[in-house]
Design a protein around this ligand. Structure first.
Ligand code: A3P
Length: 288
């Protein structure tokens, strides 16, 4: 029987997974043994931190670097979700380099990610905007229950009872695992401020030497406006198939939390943040 934290989520290894998904603790354990290749790339995030954005960037970098990687399919197919389905998922047969998305914490990743020094791109975002984005996503994704109110969800998030568990733990666990992984940290807000600069860093990390024109193209394809209009990147097919009720390309800004947090909620959040994160040298960007 599942350890339920709410009707839609069960807890396993201090993380919260989807009751309505097929994935069960045994399947999660099996993921540790997925056959990993040294050329694999992992895109890892806490939910709503810029996953789809980095998917697009990685796809466009790879298309420029390796024209035989070009393919007429959505990013969801091309950067498949590691933990989305159970063991026999054919996505494992994708052409090299395979790019996997995942929200798993470091200790639940396939062992090969560490053993083979696979490249990991970790995208993180200020948790106030993550909270607001996830609040909206919970109203959209049929896998999750709609929050009763913003105040309810605010508390659920701070208590680590939202999808995937605590934001604080996720970031802390990746911070602590840095030496065991070949990891590049990319801040969502840095991409907002200087998308080209961050694309250049990702290229260098992946060892992809693109021309200036090719980099310009990656950047152009990865703007909020272009992605929102790009059916391969905007996840609208999931609206058509009734899995999402709303667009995931929602606002794409830093500081939207100011439209949702009360002064008291903000003070409370800051206090919790200080308690949980002040010993790490990570600086959130709360608004731009
Ligand atoms: P908002 O809900 O705040 O708008 P994920 O892909 O991890 O689920 O994250 C979704 C968030 O990333 C959404 O945030 C979405 O709008 C934002 N996003 C996606 N593509 C983006 C882009 N090109 N530029 C800025 N934000 C983007």
């Amino acid at each position: 029987s599942l350890d339920l934290v709410s009707p839609d989520l069960f807890r396993y290894k201090r993380k919260n997974f989807l009751v309505r998904d097929k994935l069960r603790p045994k399947d999660l354990d099996d993921l540790q043994h997925v056959d990993i290749r040294p050329t694999d790339i992992f895109l890892i995030t806490y939910p709503k931190s810029g996953t789809a954005w980095m998917q697009q960037i990685l796809v466009k970098i790879m298309e420029a670097a390796q024209p035989d990687w070009v393919e007429d399919a959505t990013n969801r197919v091309r950067v498949p979700w590691l933990e989305e389905r159970t063991a026999d998922n054919p996505f494992r047969e994708r052409p090299d380099p395979r790019i996997f998305g995942s929200h798993l914490p470091p200790d639940m990743l396939p062992k090969g990610v560490k053993d083979k020094r696979v490249k990991v791109v970790y995208v993180w975002r200020n948790p106030k905007d993550v909270l607001v984005s996830l609040y909206h996503f919970a109203q959209s994704w049929v896998m999750l229950d709609s929050p009763k109110s913003f105040g309810d969800f605010f508390q659920q998030f701070l208590n680590g009872n939202a999808y995937m568990g605590s934001w604080f733990d996720h970031v802390r666990e990746y911070y602590a695992a840095q030496d065991q992984l070949d990891i590049l940290w990319v801040q969502y807000e840095s991409m907002l401020k200087d998308l080209r600069g961050e694309v250049v860093k990702v290229c260098a990390f992946l060892g992809k030497n693109l021309t200036d024109e090719a980099i310009d193209h990656v950047v152009e394809m990865s703007t909020f406006k272009n992605m929102k209009a790009d059916p391969k990147a905007n996840y609208k097919d999931l609206i058509e198939t009734n899995r999402y009720k709303k667009e995931t390309m929602r606002k794409g800004v830093a500081g939207d939390w100011k439209n949702f947090f009360t002064v008291a909620q903000n003070e409370h959040f800051d206090k919790v943040f200080e308690e949980k994160m002040s010993d790490l040298p990570l600086t959130c960007v709360w608004e731009i």
